[in-house]
Ligand binder design. Structure first.
Ligand SMILES: *Cc1c(COP(=O)(O)O)cnc(C)c1O
Length: 419
């Protein structure tokens, strides 16, 4: 089967980049990121005040955040470090959603200090946040539908997930907020991960619209916005198709007209907090073949390893691989593409059909733009790679340098050993 996933660059471009920045490195496609932001914004342009809060954990780099901010996205954070990244690019106040769990008071304080929308993960945190940092004017709750939703196989069964309030706790919780003088209210859920079936998110909006209506009726609290969460999937495999964002937007709109308008709850803002769909397809891990090995199986050894991209090793995730310059060559070899960790799950591909790969060939590992570099680690003394941005004008800019051994050793004190 020929390679069926296209690239926004060719071999010559990457060869030129690799002369300046040694492999392995991440390369992000600015144009692609901007286009996806615009598609999502346009799909929900019918919502007054629509916003996708970009999940910072997907690609925690201020240069990427700057791009999505320019496209009108906010930031979804769950830690002080992520709040700092937002602050650096000028995302402030309600442009930030703080969706954390098992949260220490110091982190609620950090979120409150920047005026982020605080999304509480548990009913006990109403009192905890109130006593430690004081409740803000606007409070959101994260809902866990438990047995009411079982559709998404990737994130698992909501009743086994540690997140959120039960339905009964939501009603009790909004009542508590009202009594404590909170003035503004929001409702959130996140029940899917890497979901390619758009109808899943339509069902999520039905669930939240229904709750918003019942909360208004029973508690007398008006929900200002519902956050359908993130989790829109991307087609990692060439045979998969992306979620039709325009269709998703119009189906959610139809439900809004059917449920929210007659209930008198219009305007109710609808927001999202996707990370993967925004940057995932627009980031590549570029690595060079350094070895071949032929034992019981055939191996292609590359200069990146699982420390650069752990998704395949951690959950067997598929990442498409293109051998640059051999885009149209027959994939007539079956190989494992491996890194150098002393761990046998350090494999980017297992029994993958690829063209013959020579030492020095450059490989592009696709769909690494989200939860890629961010999940990197330093096991075995491996260093995290640089991140580069392919700008819209075709220039390449380094947006994070590669780690050095000084970085790796920075937390150790060698003085007792003679410095
Ligand atoms: C990780 C996460 C997201 C983003 O998920 P994607 O799969 O990157 O869209 C959004 N919200 C919460 C609460 C998350 O934990």
């Amino acid at each position: 089967m020929p390679n069926t996933k296209s690239l926004p660059f060719d071999e010559a471009t990457i060869k030129a980049i690799a002369e300046k920045y040694p492999t392995p490195f991440y390369l992000y496609d600015e144009k692609g990121i901007r286009e996806t932001c615009r598609q999502l914004n346009s799909a929900f342009s019918w919502v007054d005040g629509f916003r996708n809060y970009f999940a910072v954990k997907a690609t925690p780099n201020p240069h990427i955040l700057q791009i999505v901010k320019e496209e009108g996205l906010g930031g979804d954070c769950s830690s002080p470090a992520e709040l700092t990244l937002c602050d650096k690019v000028g995302l402030h106040g309600e442009e930030i959603m703080f969706t954390s769990n098992n949260t220490p008071a110091s982190e609620y304080k950090a979120a409150k200090d920047v005026g982020a929308v605080i999304n509480l993960d548990d009913i006990s945190h109403i009192d905890y946040a109130d006593k430690t940092v004081g409740l803000p004017e606007l409070v959101s709750f994260r809902y866990n539908p438990g047995p009411a939703r079982t559709g998404n196989v990737i994130i698992g069964n909501p009743s086994e997930a540690k997140y959120g309030f039960t339905e009964a706790q939501l009603f009790e919780g909004y009542e508590m907020l009202k009594q404590r003088g909170v003035k503004r209210f929001a409702l959130h859920t996140m029940v899917a991960s890497n979901e390619l079936d758009g109808s899943f998110f339509v069902e999520t909006s039905r669930m939240l619209f229904d709750l918003a209506i019942r909360i208004q009726k029973q508690v007398g609290v008006r929900i200002e916005f519902v956050n359908l969460g993130g989790g829109i999937g991307i087609p990692y495999r060439p045979e998969e198709s992306p979620v039709d964002l325009a269709k998703l937007g119009s189906e959610v709109r139809a439900l809004y007209e059917e449920m929210i308008v007659p209930a008198g709850l219009d305007p109710l803002r609808v927001v999202l907090e996707n990370g993967r769909v925004i940057t995932g397809p627009h980031g590549y891990l570029i690595t060079e073949c350094i070895h071949h090995k032929h034992i019981y199986r055939d191996y292609v050894g590359v200069d990146a390893c699982m420390a650069n991209l752990m998704r395949p090793g951690m959950y067997g995730a598929y990442h498409h691989i293109t051998v640059l310059g051999k885009e149209d060559a027959a994939a007539d070899r079956k190989v494992d593409v491996v890194g150098s960790l002393c761990e046998n799950n350090d494999k980017f591909a297992i029994e993958r059909e690829l063209p013959a790969i020579e030492r020095g060939d450059l490989l592009a590992i696709h769909d690494a733009g989200a939860h890629g570099h961010a999940m990197g680690f330093q096991y075995n003394g491996k260093l995290r790679s640089a991140e580069l941005l392919l700008q819209e004008n075709g220039d390449v800019r380094q947006i994070r340098r590669a780690e050095t051994y000084d970085d790796y050793f920075a937390t150790l004190d060698f003085a007792p050993f003679g410095g």
